[in-house]
Ligand binder design. Structure first.
Ligand SMILES: NC(=O)c1ccc[n+]([C@@H]2O[C@H](COP(=O)([O-])OP(=O)(O)OC[C@H]3O[C@@H](n4cnc5c(N)ncnc54)[C@H](OP(=O)(O)O)[C@@H]3O)[C@@H](O)[C@H]2O)c1
Length: 279
């Protein structure tokens, strides 16, 4: 029986494919353009658009369990095909945006809730993963400024987050896909500690061996300076949610340790592995 990892090019999906392959499992990784997908030796590839699943039967052949990205659009037709081809369990990546105050009724929350609804209505057994603030957000939002200026603009630097290492998310998914012990309806996954955004910048500087100047931005400055790919309405929501975390510990769970058997990895470990992205 095969495990299908959709979004096999993604940060989490790619790591998950490698972990499953290293564990000796039969894995198939899918992407919308499979021709450009580079996966470890022995891993099958398949072409699959999660919201336009014509030809999905091929990607789903012999698949017993699958990892699903919360793509914008209707996942229902794909899940119906999956039900018919004999898939028995789904792990859906979601986000606390689906339930957090300030986000659940905004665009990012709605996309994730829609994906959850499709999985629930499919009738397939499933677990929804709610990873906390991904450590890779620092690369997405700050790496360019740190590389070119040695400084970074941050709104609400006193806000607290609990950065999670992407390997921990992938490891939890690998356990769930291959072992039924922790298959609850949901798993809230976090890093090991609550940190102020200011402290996250300090850790990055320590790992890089230089101090990074943090420029505190007002929300309006953050909006003016946003990256071209970031829509203003989305950033306004994210800033409002960040503001709610000022002076408040971010919740920390022990689910990574319960499922994988080891404590959640520190943000510094992720930063050490990815330091080249900031240099
Ligand atoms: N940022 C946070 O703090 C946070 C917190 C909790 C949860 N999350 C969730 O985690 C996600 C990010 O994870 P990541 O970094 O691993 O993502 P990523 O590297 O951006 O990868 C996203 C994957 O989704 C696939 N995809 C997108 N639309 C698709 C479609 N229509 N059909 C098939 N595949 C499709 C892409 O596949 P292709 O190769 O086909 O392009 C890509 O592999 C966020 O989008 C959010 O849902 C984020």
């Amino acid at each position: 029986m095969t495990i299908l990892v959709t979004g096999a090019r993604g940060n989490i999906g790619g790591r998950l494919v490698s972990l499953l392959a290293e564990g000796g499992h039969r894995v198939r990784g899918s992407a919308r353009d499979a021709a450009t997908l580079r996966l470890p030796e022995g891993v099958e590839t398949a072409e699959l658009d999660l919201t336009d699943p014509h030809g999905a039967e091929r990607a789903l052949r012999d698949v017993e369990t699958m990892f699903l990205y919360p793509t914008r659009g209707d996942l229902g037709p794909l899940l119906k095909i999956a039900h018919g081809t004999g898939v028995r369990y789904v792990v859906l990546l979601s986000s606390p945006a689906a339930y957090d105050a300030g986000e659940y009724d905004q665009p990012i929350g709605l996309v994730h809730r829609e994906a959850e609804r499709a999985v629930e209505e499919s009738g397939l057994p499933y677990t929804v993963l709610y990873p906390s603030w991904l450590a890779s957000n620092t690369r997405r939002d700050w790496a360019e400024q740190i590389r070119s200026l040695g400084r970074v603009g941050v709104a609400h630097p006193e806000a607290q987050v609990n950065p999670i290492h992407l390997d921990d998310v992938a490891e939890v998914a690998a356990h769930l896909l291959t072992d039924d012990r922790h298959r609850g309806r949901m798993q809230v996954l976090t890093g090991p500690r609550s940190m102020r955004l200011r402290d996250v910048v300090t850790v990055l500087g320590d790992v890089l061996g230089r101090s990074i100047t943090l420029d505190e931005l007002t929300e309006e400055q953050a909006i003016e300076q946003r990256a071209p790919w970031m829509p203003e309405a989305i950033l306004r929501t994210l800033l409002a949610v960040t503001a709610l975390g000022v002076g408040v510990l971010a919740p920390v769970t022990n689910n990574v340790e319960r499922i994988t058997g080891h404590p959640a990895r520190e943000f510094a470990e992720w930063a050490r592995t990815h330091r080249a992205d900031f240099e």
